[in-house]
Design a protein around this ligand. Structure first.
Ligand code: G3P
Ligand code: CA
Length: 269
């Protein structure tokens, strides 16, 4: 095992189910959360966006087209952007049939439904604020919902929740609104940029293609927003060899569509 930044002795390397266990169930649905739980996976990742009438929903693309039957149900409304549909309209859509007939009738979950399902399984959540430029004030709204659902209670704050985004501005806003929340910045900024980001983030979360032993070590030198070494959590690693390679570089977590494969590969870590 390589150098570690922030794990306790004996603590396993976190394996995070990307969009839920999305190789086995439709991404970003309650079924994908359930599948991760069934596999014994303690962390799930999701993507949060907002409907026309202001409901937070869990979906990856800014359009409903790829992962629902929206074209069939609302044929005249291309390009079927999430932000142009109400929550009630989205609730009618089938978000499972595209993945497989066994998932017909699966819905796009609201964030409230999603966090409650994660809670039910006693899992932890890596929540991505997706496309924040499309949704003014989504950071405040997301934190309010998390607070209402019990996710910001002091005993839970740093242990079970991370809020990440590709937008540094969004993550900075989350940190300023709720300094206790652990945050992650997606992407692979240059080492020169890290001191600035480390004032408001705890993790740097790059594609595995951008990860090297040198980069991980360089990130670990800096102290993150909560006074511990900046962590590196990498995505999206779906094979055993890559999982072992990035673990050997000392990453602090692995995001994967195949969490069982990665967990089994990382047994020694
Ligand atoms: O959590 C990392 C990963 O989800 C970022 O990429 O496009 O899958 O949201 P994307
Ligand atoms: Ca994501």
């Amino acid at each position: 095992p390589g150098a570690q930044a922030a794990r306790e002795p004996g603590e396993r390397l976190p394996v995070i189910a990307h969009r839920g266990a999305s190789a086995y169930a439709p991404e970003n649905t309650l079924a994908a959360v359930d599948e991760a739980a069934r596999l014994g996976i303690g962390w799930v990742e999701n993507d949060v966006q907002r409907t026309k009438d202001g409901e937070l929903v869990v979906i990856h693309d800014d359009s409903l087209q790829r992962t629902t039957d929206v074209e069939e149900i609302y044929p005249g409304r291309a390009p079927w952007k999430v932000k142009d549909f109400t929550a009630a309209e989205i609730a009618r859509l089938d978000a499972g049939s595209w993945f497989g007939p066994g998932y017909a009738g699966t819905r796009v979950p609201t964030l409230q439904q999603y966090v409650n399902r994660v809670d039910l399984h006693h899992q932890k959540l890596l929540l991505e604020i997706k496309n924040p430029q499309l949704y003014p004030d989504i950071e405040r709204q997301t934190l309010k919902l998390l607070g209402n659902e019990g996710w910001l209670d002091r005993q839970h704050l740093t242990g079970r929740l991370i809020v990440q985004s590709f937008s540094a501005a969004s993550i900075r806003t989350v940190h300023e609104l709720k300094p206790g929340v652990k945050t992650g910045l997606l992407g692979a900024p240059s080492v020169a940029e890290l001191p600035g980001y480390a004032t408001f983030t705890d993790q740097i979360n790059p594609s595995y293609r951008a990860v090297s032993r040198g980069y991980v070590s360089a990130v670990h030198v800096f102290t993150g927003a909560h006074g511990r070494p900046l962590e590196v959590v990498t995505w999206t690693v779906d094979d055993a060899d890559t999982a072992r390679r990035v673990a050997g570089y000392g990453v602090d977590g692995v995001i994967t569509n195949r969490p069982d494969v990665v967990r089994d590969a990382l047994g020694e870590w």
